[in-house]
Ligand binder design. Structure first.
Ligand SMILES: [Mg+2]
Length: 252
């Protein structure tokens, strides 16, 4: 494939996490980083892979990010663009199927109904494109209620026990459970971490794929891809650190 013959190193792909790697956490990309990526794109093929959806990534990386990067992987690659063109997409409900999902949702709602918590609010299951998010208190609690719940959850291990119950009941479902934040946990298909985006690269001819991420420790959302056999991983502490390594490796 002569697809990337306009690059000095057409068989090298460099992938970036977004938050904490290209941008400060939850903030926008700097003009300096944009310039570095433009320079980098003359040398190699450049992409990003993040857990957020594309609208959030457009806010952080710029409205035209699907054209500023060769590959854009939103929701870890469930939504994907190559050279500005959308690739095949995937969803949680498409993967799991209506009947199995109904069983899961019914179990979750019954389990929550039987939980004796000090307070319950609303939105116990949030149905997202690539996962579901389950909250025993309900996601639309107030900030103060959220803090209260966090303390209660720590004392009584509500989420931990909930996840154990789900693992036992749905042991044949191939699901991964991730307890994060204060009030909820995520449920998604096993393997739908950042390595999912590599499925879109099977027909490419890259001989070297670099990945830069800030959460490369075990349990962090860059851990799996950082340690993947096809990947040359770079663990960074900030966008500034990313820029420093890029200059050393590619831009001297
Ligand atoms: Mg990050």
């Amino acid at each position: 494939m002569a697809d990337w013959s306009d690059r000095a190193q057409p068989t090298t792909l460099v992938l970036f996490d977004v938050d904490g790697t290209l941008t400060p956490a939850r903030k926008d990309i700097s003009p300096e980083m944009k310039q570095i990526l433009q320079d980098l794109r003359k040398k190699v093929v450049v992409g990003f892979v993040g857990g957020s959806d594309l609208s959030k990534q457009k806010e952080q990386l710029g409205e035209d990010c699907v054209n500023d990067f060769d590959f854009c992987f939103s929701e870890n690659g469930l939504t994907a663009y190559r050279k500005g063109q959308q690739l095949a997409s995937q969803s949680f409900i498409g993967w799991i199927g209506e009947e199995p999902y109904k069983k899961l949702a019914n179990f979750v709602l019954r389990y929550i109904a039987d939980l004796d918590l000090p307070k319950k609010r609303g939105t116990f299951i949030e149905f997202r494109n690539g996962m579901i998010n389950i909250s025993p208190i309900g996601r639309n609690c107030t900030h103060a209620e959220r803090d209260e719940y966090e303390v209660y959850d720590k004392q009584h291990r509500i989420r931990e026990k909930f996840v154990e119950a789900l693992k036992a009941e749905f042991s044949d479902y191939s699901l991964t459970y991730s307890i994060g934040g204060q009030i909820s946990f995520d449920v998604f298909p096993t393997g739908w971490d950042k390595t999912y985006c590599l499925n879109h690269l099977k027909n490419e001819t890259f001989t070297s794929i670099h990945f830069f991420g800030d959460k490369t420790f075990k349990g962090g959302n860059d851990y799996e891809i950082y340690n993947h056999e096809r990947i040359t991983g770079h663990s960074v502490t900030s966008p500034h650190d990313t820029a420093r390594i890029l200059k050393e490796l590619f831009l001297h």
